[in-house]
Design a protein around this ligand. Sequence first.
Ligand SMILES: *Cc1c(COP(=O)(O)O)cnc(C)c1O
Length: 433
Amino acid sequence: MDAHLNDLLNGRGQEDRNESGSSTRAVHGGARRNKAFNSLTEPVVQTATYTFRDTQDLIDFMERKTWGDGDDREEYGRYGNPTVTAVERKLAALDGGDDAVLYSSGMNAVTSVLLTILPAGAHIIMTDDCYRRTRQFCLTYLKRFGIETSVVPMGDYEAMEAAIIPKKTRIIISESPTNPYLRIADIERVAALGKKHKVLTLIDSTFATPINQRPLDWGIDLVMHSATKYLSGHNDILVGVVTGRGDRIKALRDSRGVLGGVVDPHAAYLLDRGIKTLGVRMGQQNANALAVAQFLETHPAIERVWYPGLASHPDHAVAAEQMSGFGGVVTFEVKGDLKITSDFIDRLRIPYIAPSLGGVESLIEQPALMSYYEKTTEERLALGMKDNLVRFAVGIEDTDDLLEDLEQALSGVPVYQTHVRQLNDLWEKRFRT
Ligand SMILES: *Cc1c(COP(=O)(O)O)cnc(C)c1O
């Protein structure tokens, strides 16, 4: 393989980063050369520490490290691991960044970024549809350190700009698509605002993955993913990742050595293995979710559907312009109350009832009974979580099987049965006259 292509696959070669496709990078990106024992797959280097041949070997390493050039070997597990590094390079290549840093979970990635970059008294801006725990971290934990957070409505870029406090605002955090309404950030505008006011921008791109959108290409500074979801793809590990420019990621890697949110080498291996099929999985999940959304939108037992691939979604235009796929999650309201909705969910045979998303298995949840169980109906409504709301994280099953399953489960919704009865009456009347 020529050196140029190799650089590209390894996440370097910024100027030509659009030359190889995402699936090629998902399979080949990362350390391709010099693998131990000529192993095709990434060896799992299951060690906590690394040895030195003799004292001179140690002194040579310390000299190189002191002068900023100790990248040729590892020293201790909290500072680096070859299996982890290989996945980091693959993810950098996928997101079009210089480098990436892996963390023990998506939340650890968020908290580590913020603890690394924010000084005392700093100010954060985030959008209101942001991941619950990210909001909680900023509004309660960081507040204790004198860090203030302004929450602005998703899609209101005037409010976002107006919230910027000169010299105090350090970061704008948004998610895209968001959970559960799948709102899409105009990331070009977010990036432009950040550049204009010299504020760092971070997009939580968990729901999009590098297959559907690469925010770094649009000028965003840092991209974060909960790799627990689509990137690993099999609901079997928790991992987080941040990608971006080399110097920023280096600072994050240094702070990870202090904060300690490292990922286990075996989990890193499973992530590497999962990412290899990211392209085909996302292709199927994008297609399945679009089919499900279109089916539900015309179904008489469904009140409303949110899916950015539908023209009815408030952010369809920006999604169509900035994304190459609309993702695998569909959110909808059943015509009925809490019980009618959970009865519908219980009739489904394919999806499991579980939190999370992004794995090969379809998962379904009623937010009122899952993430917001402890809240009253009024509190839930204030947060925009109706009792009849359902989040369907579509897997890679056959499209027809998913549609058939939805059809049979929806046929038990009382509104639908009334609808069918009315249709039958109508038909009979016509037939008789
Ligand atoms: C799941 C999730 C997180 C948190 O990631 P963990 O790996 O569960 O810690 C953050 N953001 C989004 C959008 C998520 O879906």
